[in-house]
Design a protein around this ligand. Structure first.
Ligand code: SDX
Length: 433
């Protein structure tokens, strides 16, 4: 990044303005470097929710919310979704370049070499209730991985970081698929490494010992695209959670578990499950208007799940690709008249013509259609966010590794605006009223 300009702030009366460097990246908004603000003024900035705050510099993902642009390492998501598979995108996010055929081949081999989990880890599942939410299980089991890779782990060593990344990318499909099988009371499936990453994921979720299982290639390609679309997304809440946890030098397995916990929230990655539940609750086109009215009512906590985004003030490019994937999957399965898909398209049309949504630039986000696609793939709503977490693991580990290797990086320690009681004296209990 380079500095060409300065920002002048009048921090104290009758003093000359204080100058702060303005830094420029390769794309997107400049930033005011305020790292010396407190030392120079005794003040903090105030920005709950980080609406105007860059927490880090990064080379991995770029979003232009006004134009609806998403780039992974400079490549538009539309081109990656069309020309690459998830393994190529994993390599790209971690290494910064798309892999050659040989690089991809060796990467896939290293992922496959770690697709199984320690048999001791499988015993953890027996401790959960059968109806445990797959995200509750995944948070626990991924966190438990830190107990299996603890001694040798030196996060300052780039090879250790890469090995941890490989372990996590390789094991998440297995761990989340086992959470689903545990819900069903089905036996777990071991990974079959002759299958692609997405086919293997489907095998571990849907195969049963009593029958032969062959993943449908069209559906497997759709799942692979869903993984690509969810792989990374700049400094979103769960990625920021992983970065903050990792800034203390904590185990990457524990940090990814923290990211999974954050992603589960319905305002974030849990929106895909919540969106499908909302569509089921709306049920019929005739009821759409009453839900739109509720979404617009500031006294009603109901929000149109799958709409709106902190950054996108235009169509989320992933939502368009997800809608295309929806069409492909429903056509392949002969479900063109799927009632929820038709309901979702009608809801999208009505909302996008409504002044409330137009004025607030609320467009469908990645979660609006992803639930319908996954439901058509036979994935239950309770697994949607677990699929999201499996995809986002590569983004989390890429961002975590970039943060650890950033020479400017320090432990994250925000300050606050204190609004509590001023200093006061403790009274003996006999004198308290
Ligand atoms: C993801 O950050 C990322 O990159 C996340 C993600 C990723 O890949 O990591 O993209 C994945 O989390 C996508 C978002 C999924 N969440 C949902 O679909 C839940 C529904 N959406 C909202 O909760 C909301 O839009 C957020 C949380 C996504 C964004 O909230 P912001 O940026 O804090 O915006 P806001 O709450 O301040 O809303 C601004 C206005 C408000 O109205 P006013 O106060 O101006 O009157 O828009 C309204 C909000 O009430 N609004 C909505 C709405 N979203 C915002 N009103 C109705 N329905 C909605 N969905």
């Amino acid at each position: 990044m380079d500095q060409k300009k300065v920002a002048k702030l009048n921090l104290k009366n009758n003093e000359l303005p204080t100058e702060f460097p303005i830094l420029s990246g390769s794309m997107g908004p400049d930033v005011i470097d305020i790292r010396k603000l407190h030392a120079k003024s005794g003040m903090f900035t105030y920005d709950p929710g980080f609406l105007s705050t860059a927490s880090s510099s990064s080379k991995i993902t770029f979003i232009d919310g006004e134009k609806g642009i998403l780039l992974y390492r400079g490549y538009p998501i539309e081109q990656l979704a069309e020309h690459c598979d998830f393994m190529e995108v994993c390599w790209l996010l971690m290494k910064g370049e798309l892999p050659t055929a040989d690089e991809k081949d060796s990467f896939v081999k290293s992922i496959n070499a770690h697709s199984m989990v320690n048999e001791q880890l499988i015993k953890f599942y027996q401790g959960f209730r059968r109806d445990a939410h797959p995200m509750a299980v995944t948070v626990g089991v991924v966190g438990a991985l830190s107990a299996f890779y603890h001694e040798a782990l030196d996060v300052s060593d780039s090879q250790n970081r890469e090995d941890s990344a490989i372990h996590l990318i390789a094991k998440l499909p297995n761990i989340t698929a086992m959470a689903y099988k545990y819900n069903l009371g089905h036996p777990f499936n071991y990974p079959q490494n002759h299958l692609s990453y997405a086919q293997n994921f489907m095998h571990m979720m849907f195969a049963v010992p009593a029958e032969e299982y062959r993943p449908n290639p069209v559906l497997a390609r759709a799942l692979d695209r869903i993984l690509i679309l969810h792989a990374d997304h700049e400094q979103n809440a769960s990625t920021s959670t992983v970065r903050l946890a990792g800034s203390s030098g904590a185990s990457p397995f524990a940090c990814i578990s923290a990211g999974i916990a954050c992603l589960w929230g319905p305002a974030h990655g849990g929106a895909n499950e919540a969106c499908l539940n909302m569509l089921e609750e709306i049920g019929d086109e005739s009821r759409i208007s009453q839900y739109i009215t509720r979404a617009k009512d500031s006294n009603d906590s109901f929000r149109l799940v799958g709409f709106g985004h902190r950054v996108y003030k235009n169509f989320d490019p992933r939502a368009k690709l997800m809608r295309e994937t929806c069409h492909e999957v429903l056509d392949e399965l002969g479900l063109q008249d799927d009632r929820l898909f038709k309901l979702a398209m009608k809801l999208e049309k009505i909302a996008l013509e409504d002044e409330y949504f137009i004025s607030r630039k609320l467009y469908p986000n990645v979660d609006f259609y992803s639930g319908i696609v996954q439901r058509a793939l036979g994935i239950p709503a309770s697994m949607f966010t677990a699929i999201f977490a499996t995809a986002r693991t590569v983004g989390w580990v890429a961002q975590w590794s970039e943060m650890i290797s950033d020479p400017e990086q320090k432990i994250g320690r925000p300050r606050q605006l204190y609004t509590g009681k001023s200093t006061r004296k403790v009274l003996p209990i006999s004198e308290r009223t």
